[in-house]
Every structure is written in C-alpha cells, then in structure tokens.
Design a binder for this molecule. Structure first.
Ligand code: HEC
Length: 138
C-alpha cells in the first residue's frame, strides 16, 4: 500500500517538475525548440503557428520566417523590424527575446522554420551569436 502511494506521489512530482520548466528545462525533452515555442510563443502564435486573426500574425510561409535568417533573429531577439514585416498590422506589440540563450533562440527559430507546414533551413546558435554581436556593436 505504502509503495503505491509513494509511486503516485513520485509521478505527480515529476509531472509538476516537467510542466514548470522555467529554468530552460534541461529535462531531456525530445525537441528543445518545441519546448521554447510552447513556453514563449504559443500563447500568441498558437499551437498551429497560424496566429489569431488580425492581431497575432501567422508564422506560416511569411517572408520574415522564410527569408534571411539574420533578419529573423534580429526581429525575434531585438525587435529590429525586417523589410517584409508591415508595420501597424497588429494592435499587439510582440515582446522580444534577447534574454533567451543562443541555443534556445536557434532551437525555437529552427522549430518555427520546420513546423506548421514550413520547410526552411535550420538556424544555428552561431548565427544567433553573430547577430547578437552585431547588435552589441551598434
Ligand atoms: C504577446 C504576443 C506574442 C508573443 C508571446 C510572440 N509573438 Fe511573435 N508576433 C506577435 C505580433 C503581434 C507580431 C506582429 C508584430 C508587428 O508587426 O509589429 C509578431 C510577429 C512575429 C514574427 C513575424 C511574423 C511575420 O509576418 O513573418 C515572427 C517570426 C514571430 N513573431 C516569432 C515569434 C517567436 C519565435 C516567438 C517566441 C519566441 C514570438 N513570436 C512570441 C506577437 C507575439
């Protein structure tokens, strides 16, 4: 009997731990990009990446998502508006994610570029580091 209770408790605890993930969750999740997306992007861009009507844009096949990786990184991390992203389309202001690690940014952008019907080449942590350095040098 005791054993069952302990097992149930352990299961509950591990569930709690895995759903909290505020530490960047090095819990061995199969796809770190999907994890970062669900923590930081999904509330607005939705589970299917298609956003919500006029307020949160879709991430499927847009020039910003499919185009120059450096421009995509600079937008998501630093709010540098790329030429293909029309200003004033949305009443919502997107937060920016310079505080995510190079690895997490690379993972989430690679995830976005290879999900929801997108099929664009990956983004590496080295690309993120390069954009970060260029931003710092401004
Ligand atoms: C609070 C809501 C919100 C969150 C959270 C959010 N976004 Fe956005 N996102 C927006 C809005 C609103 C825009 C359009 C902004 C604009 O045009 O000024 C946008 C635009 C974008 C675009 C450009 C869309 C296009 O037309 O190509 C990309 C790419 C993007 N977001 C990626 C992300 C990623 C990746 C994350 C998570 C790391 C994220 N966003 C988190 C609201 C959000």
């Amino acid at each position: 009997m005791r054993k069952t209770v302990a097992a149930a408790l352990a299961a509950t605890l591990s569930l709690l731990v895995s759903s909290c993930g505020g530490d960047g969750g090095r819990g061995g999740a199969p796809n770190p990009g999907a994890r970062v997306y669900s923590q930081h992007c999904m509330a607005c861009h939705q589970r299917n990446g298609r956003g919500l009507g006029e307020t949160q844009p879709s991430l499927v096949g847009t020039p910003t998502v499919s185009g120059d990786p450096a421009a995509l990184i600079a937008w998501v991390a630093f709010g540098v508006r790329p030429p293909g992203l029309v200003r004033g389309r949305s009443l919502v202001v997107m937060p920016h994610f310079h505080w995510l690690s190079d690895d997490d940014l690379a993972a989430v952008l690679t995830h976005v570029r290879s999900s929801f019907g997108n099929d664009y080449p990956p983004i590496t942590a080295a690309m993120v580091a390069e954009v970060r350095a260029a931003q710092g040098a401004r």
